[in-house]
Design a binder for this molecule. Structure first.
Ligand SMILES: C[S@@+](CC[C@H](N)C(=O)[O-])C[C@H]1O[C@@H](n2cnc3c(N)ncnc32)[C@H](O)[C@@H]1O
Length: 360
């Protein structure tokens, strides 16, 4: 009979489940971080993870939350399109403002989290309608419901932490996994397919133009030389190849991060470019910017958070042109970026740039 007198009595709120096996003293991999996946059962883990500037596995911290709310000013009864619903962080904040007469339409191409996000948001009083859809579909929902437009449209571009942290999605150079990177699993081409398909010239051009990768030619040549021997299928294979192409060893990289903990990972730009290609991100954004004015009511606001200078340039140009053409009454002069506190608390917010425009 076990002796529970020393405080080891079973806790009904924490039913005993065998924890996953992992090497070392702390779980490091996404699946092993069982306490983070059950944060309601282990609330103490939340502060511990946040204190080291990390994101709880399976969650996402919304960026520029206060700035987005201040600029888009959600009000009682508003009709809102969250074009990139993700974990629902921005959506949850919108719901607090729009009350029981407001409507939130949530869109995301990634089916993996939609159900859970919908469940979390459903606790609120407001009306919620969630769609597994590309954000190009925000207009179709208006037409299908005979609605004249949204008061607010928000698009928080890029990937969610749930997507990056899950090695099976292949987005991260930090975890080994198959090179997939599709946000929408209905897309036919994965990152591995793109690596097999593009010529050295096309790869070099994409790396130079989409990410200013200084070693674009060397990385492109290394990819082609390597795939001629055998296909590149895993994130770790690509990372290793990039290190070699850049003449870097793991030790040199460790020393560099010792001097500058925020140094950009050598594979970061190549991974970002592949993700943009796989998900056709720039063309998608251009489409959203084109249809946005027709989806907003008079005085309606649109906000876009981007994490890539090419995307930010597209947003800036579309909003400025829109003001000149009289489609928008006003737009932000400069991008709004996270302050030092947010960058410290959530390092993933560091490259975020937020711009807004108001329909005339
Ligand atoms: C940065 S996350 C959004 C996080 C969200 N604002 C929150 O607070 O939880 C971006 C999300 O947009 C989705 N996404 C990316 N491109 C999309 C597109 N073209 N149409 C719809 N959803 C898209 C991704 O699958 C991802 O879930």
């Amino acid at each position: 009979m076990p002796d529970f007198s020393q405080g080891d009595a079973p806790n009904p709120d924490r039913p005993h489940r065998r924890r996953p096996r992992y090497r070392g003293t702390h779980p490091r991999h996404f699946d092993e971080r069982y306490k983070e996946h059950q944060a309601e059962t282990y609330p103490e883990i939340v502060d511990a993870v946040r204190a080291r500037g990390a994101t709880l596995a399976g969650t996402h911290v919304p960026v520029l939350l206060a700035e987005v709310m201040a600029a888009l000013a959600p009000a009682e009864g508003d009709r809102i399109a969250d074009a990139t619903l993700g974990y629902g962080g921005h959506a949850a904040e919108f719901l607090k403002h729009i009350g029981p007469t407001g409507w939130l339409f949530g869109f995301d191409v990634d089916a993996a989290q939609l159900g859970r996000t919908q469940q979390r948001l459903a606790a609120s009083f407001a009306n919620i309608s969630v769609h597994r859809s590309h954000f190009a579909g925000i207009g179709k929902i208006l037409a299908a419901n005979s609605l004249d437009g949204y008061d607010i449209v928000l698009a928080d571009l890029g990937v969610s932490s749930m997507q990056v942290d899950d090695p099976t999605r292949g987005f991260s150079y930090k975890h080994d996994g198959l090179l997939d990177m599709r946000m929408d699993m209905r897309r036919s081409r994965t990152a591995a397919d793109w690596l097999a398909l593009l010529s050295a010239e096309e790869l070099a051009k994409a790396l130079a133009e989409l990410a200013d990768e200084p070693d674009h030619a060397r990385i492109a040549e290394a990819i082609v030389a390597r795939r001629d021997r055998r296909p590149i299928r895993r994130t770790s294979e690509l990372v290793e190849l990039i290190f070699r192409a850049k003449g870097l060893t793991r030790r040199m990289w460790r020393e560099q991060t010792g001097r500058d903990p925020h140094a950009l990972h050598p594979a970061a730009k190549t991974f970002q470019v592949l993700r943009i290609l796989v998900n056709d991100e720039l063309e998608s954004l251009k489409g959203l910017l084109r249809i946005a004015p027709t989806c907003l009511r008079a005085g309606g606001r649109i906000g876009i958070i981007s994490f890539h200078s090419g995307e930010d340039r597209l947003v800036e140009r579309a909003f400025r042109d829109g003001v000149e053409q009289g489609l928008y009454a006003a737009c932000s002069d400069e991008p709004i970026t996270p302050g030092p506190r947010e960058r410290f608390d959530n390092p993933r917010s560091r490259s975020a740039r937020f711009r807004w425009a108001r329909r005339s």
